[in-house]
Design a protein around this ligand. Structure first.
Ligand code: SF4
Ligand code: SF4
Length: 304
């Protein structure tokens, strides 16, 4: 266990300790603890893409309805990368909390599985990979630290079913870390990049419509098999989204583009803009004529 202090990616009233996978953790949470539900009564749960897939499938909602009903937006960093948190009651209690505990326990988000520990992904400048460490937060209200169960952090992760969540979300954390560690070198993402990040990270159903649209098919060279898979497989779609985000945000080209497609789209856009301007000019001319005719006391619709 290290005494090293570091900056956390979320607000916490206490300083956490850094842990490694083999470090020992004394902790147990169960229905009999005196603080039962205390943590969920003041929930501050940031969601990652795989959390949303599991929750929306479990509740049986579209991602749009899930986002509307169960989440609130916030900014993940100073460059405005969009994040979402679980919505709570005004009191701070999680909407999924019941007297018997978590009503979505089998599909609870990563942050809930980890508590009172957490994942600390770090990226060393000059390296392309992330380093995984863990952290421990000791909050006074949590009496699970007084229980006598001791296990390694790795055993705790396996016990809580968090390994699968970390594996699925890992590429997404790397995208965020890369944004953070590159700072102003990469600059503030455009509004379109931020919209893509939001859609591919959180609004999977809308992202599916985007990826299977005619204009997307004309822009990227992807197989029929790919389209069949992403029609029904949320995880495959999420993983494709990570690739597309890297391509759009960092220029890491992995998805082959149809030759000349961007140029063709730019020309089509120019053509549409030109047509719009011509229509606006005609409408402006018509309303000018109507004004003049009205000023002269005539009926603007009467042929002259
Ligand atoms: S999702 Fe479940 S475990 Fe997480 S804060 Fe809500 S009630 Fe608690
Ligand atoms: S022991 Fe900790 S994690 Fe378990 S209910 Fe109490 S506050 Fe929550």
């Amino acid at each position: 266990m290290s005494d090293e202090k570091f900056e956390l990616p979320f607000n916490s009233p206490v300083s956490p300790l850094r842990l490694e996978a083999g470090d020992k953790l004394q902790f147990r949470c169960h229905r009999g603890v005196s603080c039962w539900n205390e943590c969920c009564s003041h929930a501050d749960v940031t969601l990652a893409p795989y959390d949303i897939i599991r929750l929306k499938q479990a509740i049986g909602l579209s991602t749009r309805d899930f986002l509307k009903k169960h989440t609130v937006p916030f900014e993940l960093d100073a460059s405005g990368m969009p994040g979402i948190k679980l919505r709570t009651e005004n009191s701070g209690a999680c909407l999924f909390m019941t007297d018997d505990g978590c009503s979505v326990y089998e599909n609870r988000p990563t942050a809930c599985r980890y508590y009172p520990s957490g994942l600390l992904s770090m990226r060393t400048i000059g390296k392309n990979t992330d380093e995984r460490h863990f952290l421990l937060i000791r909050e006074d209200h949590c009496k699970g630290h007084l229980e006598d169960q001791v296990q390694t952090v790795q055993a705790f992760r396996e016990d809580q079913g968090v390994v699968e969540y970390d594996d699925y979300n890992r590429e997404w954390y790397v995208i965020l870390l890369k944004k953070r560690s590159s700072g102003p070198a990469i600059g503030k993402p455009s509004n379109l990049s931020l919209q893509l990040f939001f859609m591919a990270s959180y609004d999977m159903d809308r992202f599916r419509r985007f990826v299977t649209s005619d204009s997307f098919r004309k822009t990227y060279e992807l197989s029929d098999e790919f389209y069949e898979t992403v029609e029904t497989d949320d995880v495959a779609l999420m993983q494709f989204g990570f690739k597309l985000m890297r391509q759009v945000l960092y220029g890491e080209i992995e998805i082959p583009e149809v030759e000349g497609a961007w140029q063709k789209r730019a020309e089509e856009r120019k053509e549409i803009l030109k047509m719009r301007r011509e229509i606006e000019a005609i409408e402006h001319e018509k309303s000018r004529e109507a004004e003049i005719s009205a000023a002269l006391g005539g009926d603007p619709d009467e042929p002259t």
